[in-house]
Design a binder for this molecule. Structure first.
Ligand SMILES: C[S@@+](CC[C@H](N)C(=O)[O-])C[C@H]1O[C@@H](n2cnc3c(N)ncnc32)[C@H](O)[C@@H]1O
Length: 409
C-alpha cells in the first residue's frame, strides 16, 4: 500500500493545525522548530504558525481574526479565509501595517524566531538597526521588553508610533485627533508644534506623532498617485485609527500583557547600552547598497528638517565610491557592529542576522558568507541557517539568509 501522507501530516499530529497558507519550506521549518521547542500551552499563547492545538485557537490566530473584524465582518468564513490566504496575517496585524516600510521584517518570522531562541517575558531583546521596529512590536506582543536603535530619525518616529500605538488610551486618541482639518493644515504648512519635533515631555506628543506619521505616509502615496495630499491624509489617518482601535479591542478581549519598548536614535557602531545587558538580538543590516535608506526616506527626512549628507556618513552601506571600496567599508562597519553585539549581549545569548543575497550588485561577494566569517573571527558560534525566498524583488535579490549565532564569550 502506497503512503500518501502530506508533509504536514508527517511532521505534525492531526490535533496541531497550521494557519492556512503556511506552505513555504522556511515556514514549515520554523513551524517545526516551534512545535519541537514549545510546550502545548506555550504554542497556544505564543506560536506564529499554528492556528489551533487540541481544538483551541492560538492567540496569534485569534488576534488576526479579531483585529480584522471590519474586513472580515459578519463572520463570513470566506473572508476570514481570504485574509489568511492573502498573507496579511504574516505582515498586517497589530500595528505592523501603520507605515509600509521598505525592507521590513516579516513579523511572523520574528515571532517564531523569538520562540525558537527561547526568549520570554523578563528578557530584553535588541535590534541595533531597527528600521520600523518590527522586532519591538513583535516582542512587546509576547510580553517581552525591547530596545530598538536606528541612526535614522524617521525610523525612530516609526518605531515610537508603532510601539506606542499598541498600548494607548482610545478616548484620548479620539480627543486629540478630533479636529483633523486643523491638524492637516498645521502639518501641511509645516507649522509643526513643539510636540512633533522637539524632545518635549508633553504626554500628548505620542498621539500627535500618530497623525504626523499618517501625514508622512500620505505624502508618499500622493507622489505615486493622482490624488492630492488633502484627500489622502484623512483616508490614511482613518486607517491608522481603525487599525489601532481594532488592535486595542482584540488586546482587551484576549487579555494580552504587553512588553515595553525603548526606541533610541543612535548608531549600531557605538551602542548606548551597558555590557552584558541584552538577552537576544534579531537584526537585518542594510543589504550592502541594495537600498539607499536615506534616498528612500528623503521626503520624510527633509520634511522633518534633517540634514541628509551627515546622515549618509553614519549609514552602513552608503559610503565609498567603487564597489570594492563600498564593500570594504560595509564589512568594516559590520565588524564593528558584531564587536558591539558581543559586548552588550549576555553569555550564550543568540544573535540572529537576516541578510539578502544580492550578489549581482556586489559582483559575486556573498554577504552571508562574509558575515559568517566575521562572526567566527569575533568568537561567535554559528548555530544554524535557513534560506528564505524573497518575493517581488527577483531582479535584485532572490533570497535572504536567516543566520543564527551564539555569543560564546
Ligand atoms: C534592513 S533595514 C531594517 C528594517 C527592520 N528590520 C524593519 O523591520 O523595519 C536596515 C536599517 O539599518 C539602519 N542603519 C543603517 N546604518 C545604521 C547605523 N550605523 N546604526 C543604526 N542603524 C543603522 C537603517 O536606517 C535601516 O533602518
Amino acid at each position: 500500500m502506497q503512503n500518501f501522507k502530506s508533509i504536514n501530516e508527517k511532521f505534525f499530529p492531526a490535533n496541531y493545525q497550521l494557519i492556512d497558507g503556511t506552505d513555504e519550506i522556511f515556514e514549515l521549518n520554523l513551524a517545526l522548530w516551534e512545535y519541537e521547542n514549545l510546550k502545548k500551552q506555550d504554542l497556544i499563547r505564543r506560536s506564529a504558525y499554528f492556528k489551533s492545538v487540541d481544538g483551541i485557537q492560538t492567540i496569534h490566530y485569534q488576534t488576526c481574526n479579531l483585529q480584522n473584524l471590519e474586513e472580515i465582518h459578519q463572520n463570513s468564513s470566506l473572508r476570514t479565509k481570504a485574509f489568511f490566504l492573502n498573507g496579511k496575517y504574516s505582515t498586517g496585524y497589530a500595528t505592523h501595517s501603520l507605515f509600509p516600510y521598505r525592507g521590513k521584517f516579516h513579523p511572523q518570522v520574528i515571532r517564531a524566531l523569538l520562540n525558537i531562541i527561547g526568549i520570554h517575558p523578563g528578557n530584553v531583546v535588541l535590534d541595533p538597526m531597527s528600521g520600523s521596529a518590527t522586532l519591538s512590536v513583535e516582542a512587546n506582543l509576547l510580553g517581552i521588553d525591547s530596545i530598538a536603535v536606528d541612526v535614522s530619525p524617521f525610523c525612530c518616529l516609526m518605531g515610537k508610533v508603532k510601539t506606542f500605538a499598541l498600548n494607548l488610551d482610545n478616548k484620548k486618541l479620539d480627543r486629540i485627533i478630533k479636529d483633523r482639518k486643523k491638524i492637516f493644515e498645521k502639518l501641511n504648512k509645516r507649522i509643526v508644534p513643539d510636540y512633533f519635533i522637539k524632545d518635549s515631555k508633553d504626554t500628548n506628543r505620542p498621539y500627535y506623532e500618530i497623525a504626523l506619521l499618517a501625514y508622512l505616509d500620505a505624502m508618499g502615496f500622493a507622489r505615486r498617485s493622482a490624488k492630492s495630499l488633502n484627500i489622502l491624509f484623512p483616508i490614511v489617518l482613518n486607517r491608522y485609527i481603525s487599525t489601532i482601535k481594532n488592535f486595542q479591542s482584540a488586546k482587551e478581549k484576549l487579555g494580552l500583557k504587553l512588553g515595553e519598548s525603548q526606541i533610541i536614535k543612535g548608531s549600531a557602531l557605538s551602542l548606548p547600552l551597558e555590557n552584558d545587558s541584552v538577552d537576544g538580538v534579531i537584526t537585518s543590516p542594510p543589504y550592502s547598497f541594495a537600498i539607499d535608506y536615506v534616498d528612500n526616506d528623503k521626503p520624510q527626512l527633509e520634511y522633518l528638517g534633517y540634514e541628509l549628507t551627515k546622515l549618509k556618513e553614519n549609514m552602513i552601506g552608503l559610503n565609498g565610491r567603487e564597489i570594492s571600496e563600498k564593500l570594504e567599508l560595509y564589512f568594516k562597519m559590520l565588524d564593528k557592529v558584531l564587536d558591539e553585539l558581543k559586548r552588550v549581549t549576555k553569555k550564550s545569548a543568540k544573535i540572529i542576522f537576516i541578510v539578502g543575497t544580492n550578489d549581482i550588485q556586489t559582483k559575486g561577494v556573498r554577504l552571508e558568507s562574509k558575515i559568517k566569517e566575521l562572526a567566527k573571527i569575533q568568537g561567535f558560534k554559528f548555530l544554524w541557517e535557513i534560506l528564505k525566498p524573497i518575493k517581488g524583488l527577483q531582479n535584485t535579490m532572490k533570497e535572504e539568509y536567516i543566520l543564527i549565532f551564539e555569543n560564546a564569550k
